[in-house]
Ligand binder design. Sequence first.
Ligand SMILES: CC(=O)NCCS(=O)(=O)O
Length: 351
Amino acid sequence: MSVPRLSGKVQTVLGLVDPDLLGRTMTHEHLTMTFDCCYFPPPAGDEAIAENPFQMRHMHWLRQNPYGCRENLLLQQENAAVQDELLAYREAGGGAVVENTTAGIDRDLPTLKRLAENTGVHIVAGAGYYVDCTHSEATRGASVEKLTDIIVGEVLRGADGTDIRCGVIGEIGTGWPVTESEAKVLRATAQAQAQLGCPVIIHPGRDPAAPAEVVRILQEAGGDIGKTVMSHLDRTIFDEGELLEFATLGSYLEYDLFGTEMLNYPYDLTLDMPSDSQRVKTLAFLAKEGYGDKILVAHDIHTKNRLTKYGGHGYSHILRSIVPKMLMRGFSQQQVDQILIDNPKRWLTFK
Ligand SMILES: CC(=O)NCCS(=O)(=O)O
């Protein structure tokens, strides 16, 4: 099998493309995956709703308790709906999606290839491993060198027994504190990135110190932080001073939970999930502080209720609703294009 010449290109599930062809890009989505690893029991007394949630009168409950219903976690059952949503995304001006499903949450490359063929949306798939509780015994027992070889192979030759190649490493899952197995995967990620010159994307643990700790581990292992995205900052760093301190480390800064507005975030009841309006305010703050060239945005759709089929916001929410809000709040069209087109393109292009 010939090894692709990746430099200067973006690698999608349909092959290499010129970076200028991507257009508006959501850098953190899932099109098919299972999130059953992160099931969180519903509030006491709500078990009956959780058993039978997909009724109009339960939609608000589902938005507030997305992880309390097992069926809601099976996005892989919705390929037809996702295909319709991708067509709508294209219609709304979308060009590309980075699909962040890695080993442990049911990556399905043949489905991603079919979705790309049927919709014309460029889809970039992710190599590597999700959080510790999804690591197999084989992953836990493997050396950094072995994991590096596997990740490099997923980019150069194809993953999961297919010849479909990944175009980014990640989302690489980490918790707080970072476990031994997660740290090993991070070191393998950094070494694979050093070999390939490829983009990397990280899922940090839920502690304000977690993103910087991941950067430290990657850096020590030879990773390129300027070509790395720190995801989920909307639920991780809340203090502006801490955010600016993290920004100086040089990674891309991703706000990828647009559309998620919930009162009680079950994985950490001490934190307040921001609203979309608050997310836009934070983006404006980062842009004012000189980080406009580091901002990335997405929805991170990973449960069924967020699809328009179930009354959710879908993959076009940012293009249809958040962009007008940004323009109303003082962003120029050029700044919006920087976030949606230029930054993703630069990140996704192999060195
Ligand atoms: C798929 C995934 O990891 N999404 C992030 C969910 S979280 O609640 O922000 O950790």
